[in-house]
Design a protein around this ligand. Structure first.
Ligand SMILES: Nc1ncnc2c1ncn2[C@@H]1O[C@H](COP(=O)(O)OP(=O)(O)OP(=O)(O)O)[C@@H](O)[C@H]1O
Length: 200
């Protein structure tokens, strides 16, 4: 029987659209999926475990690994902490398991650029954009998670419009509906992607 190579699903889309919800459910219900463990200079919270929740790096370690070209992508969030995806966190796990991660559209662009130089990554990459039905629906989901300062909400909504413009560069688009339908769409797209990964 032919062995289908593992895949890396990248879920992207505007803040609040439902990326984490889908990612969490995929990892919980599809045992052959692991979440990519990303790196951060943010200090661990009391319940967080190094290597499970994040690879917690000091500023100096992050610098060194950045200079050594060990990141697929990285970004500084709110000019405070750096977050990034180490090549080893993806390429080291792909021989064992399928991977899923959620990331912003800028991160996807960086990963695509890195994948152009890394044939294994290029072969296994499956990009899925989650698009809200409308900007009003997105606003409702953002507000539904808890109070958000008006300025922050406006900033996220403005970014969302720019991010949505990227959606046609993705392998698949999930037009977000109910949580259940979004998850079904994700599984359908994964089945299609697997056929492609397996070369059938
Ligand atoms: N299909 C859906 N229908 C209705 N509500 C949803 C749906 N998917 C997710 N939600 C809700 O919308 C809110 C935002 O979802 P989630 O945190 O998964 O978004 P996200 O894209 O990961 O956001 P961020 O980029 O900020 O991390 C949550 O309250 C979640 O329960």
């Amino acid at each position: 029987m032919a062995v289908v190579p593992h895949g890396l699903i990248i879920l992207a889309g505007p803040a609040g659209v439902g990326k984490s919800t889908l990612c969490d459910r995929l990892v919980a219900e599809a045992p052959q999926f692991e979440r990519v463990v990303t790196a951060t200079t943010r200090p661990p919270r009391p319940n967080e475990v190094n290597g499970r929740d994040y690879h917690f790096l000091s500023e100096a370690e992050f610098d060194l690994r950045q200079q050594a070209g060990e990141f697929l992508e990285w970004a500084c969030v709110h000019r405070k902490y750096r977050y990034g995806t180490l090549k080893s966190a993806v390429l080291g796990r792909l021989p064992e398991t399928n991977l899923v991660m959620n990331i912003d559209v800028q991160g996807v662009r960086s990963i695509r650029a890195a994948a152009a130089q890394i044939p294994l990554l290029q072969r296994c990459l499956v990009t899925i954009f989650i698009a809200p039905d409308s900007l009003d629906v997105l606003r409702e989901r953002l507000e539904g998670r808890g109070p958000l300062p008006a300025e922050e909400l406006a900033r996220r909504m403005q970014s969302a419009e720019l991010e949505l413009a990227d959606r046609f560069s993705y392998d698949y688009i999930i037009h977000s509906s109910t949580k259940e339908q979004d998850f079904r769409a994700l599984l359908d797209y994964w089945a299609q992607a697997q056929a492609r990964l397996g070369g059938t």
